[in-house]
Design a binder for this molecule. Sequence first.
Ligand code: PEP
Ligand code: MG
Length: 573
Amino acid sequence: MKSEHITGVAASPGIAIAKAFKFTNTEIRPTKTTITDTEKETDRFRAAVEQAKQDIEQIRQLTEQRLGAQKAEIFEAHIFLLMDPDLIDNTIDKISDEKINAEYALHEVASLVIGMLQEMDNEMLRERAADVKDVTGRVIAYLTGKPYATLTGISEETIIVANDLTPSDTAQLDLNYIRGFITEIGSRTSHSAIMARSLELPAVVGTESLLNRVENGATIIMDATEGRIIIDPTNEELFEYEEKKRQYEERRAQLKLLAEQPSVSADGVHVELAANIGSVEDVAKVLENGADGIGLFRTEFIYMGRKNFPTEEEQVQIYKHVLSKLEGKRVVIRTLDIGGDKELDYLELPKESNPFLGLRALRLCLSREDIFRTQLRALLRASTAGKLNIMFPMIAVLSELREAKRILAEEKAKLLAEGVAVSEDIEVGMMIEIPAAALNADAFAKEVDFFSIGTNDLIQYTMAADRMNEAVAYLYQPYHPSILRLVQMVIKAAERAGKWSGMCGEMAGDQIAIPLLLGLGLNEFSMSASSILPAREQIGQLSQQDWKAIAEEALTLGTQEEVKQLVEQKLAR
Ligand code: PEP
Ligand code: MG
């Protein structure tokens, strides 16, 4: 049999060979058909409910074994919901009264319940809507013969194949079994891709029409370094990629030797190579890869994949843990950056037609001070455990920065008055993600301790190209002279004010961008943990003095292609 080759965007490097697990999390909308034998249809319905119940029970047991009884409780609640007499009886009545197929009847009954729950004032009840959708979706899947996938019960070596994965899907991946994932949509900067890099999990995204071409259980080779996928590989291909995988792992082992080395250029300029993280679990990789610190802790992931806001106490524990693990190395913790493609189930935000341009990140925090103050208090309370830097995302104008700083100062004063110890050594900085902030960097530099350039957003706003939209993905152009110019403005503004500048967008770990950024004088580069050692190796071979001149030359060019060519040419020498 011939293998099938597909290409996609290389989102997180590595090579994996395993069986495909198709994850279809989209709602199945059954069609209505008329039936004659209502008794037979009722039996079919009861059998599907029983199958779904067994599935959930299995997931419950697995979760209990792996993660403990408390984490497994949710599945007990699911069984309870599934067996709800109202749900079952109403569906059976509908089948008999209207002589319609079971899946359609259940879908109708469930939609009514879900709709009602979604209208409730009580948050707990509203959350139940998603649970009802989940359990009834599973039954409907059995009735329609379509697979109902869940990521929690996987217990063999698997590559996940999905249309898309939400950040909370990604957060659930069990790394004991999951070797990588492939999605039809998404880009290098979508959040599931970023999470994959921090988990060092191979990922290929943006493959288009993939689900139709892969059978569940088919063997897949994914070369996520090249963005290449081979479905049903031949023996020769398997042999070739087993060898590539071995070489890849060997190279990684070689790089690990640099973990203890300083980050210094060939002409002796010290820079900081820091890591981006999204959870406490990511810290192990940060230490393993010898990072000089943490340049971006995306705290929104603490708020995701759960049913309500994390409490102040919970957050204190998380921040303290990360700070103490870093043993005095700098940890930049970014305040909640929700909105855009990052949603919270329990925070009902008004629907916006342009969420990336809407009430997100700090804008949202300033409009929901309760949420913001809780996080700031937690950060301040944790601050004595290490070297804390607080960073505000998505600032466009000075008044936002001032307001955020004012609230921070208020919470600090309150804590001190309560006798709580707060570090006197906290640096406060901001992300530069909006062109307006880059253009006005001199004014901002006077009022912060540091900048961190968020190129994922800065590029999307400069190019007016949604970072989630495949059709305009070509406009993600980190080496474009317009982007380099903005970056230069920010670095220079920081220098003039005697502050330091960093970058925590994906560009900071990019091997074409790194030489230019070094030449422009960037002080700190924050990237996925897996990019740190290759970056340290590269910087060790570059002279900042040389790249200063090359970066200046790059700024005079007209296109990203020309810049890339220039860099490649100089690197090849
Ligand atoms: C960025 O925008 O570059 C960034 C680092 O933030 P995020 O990717 O979380 O939006
Ligand atoms: Mg951003």
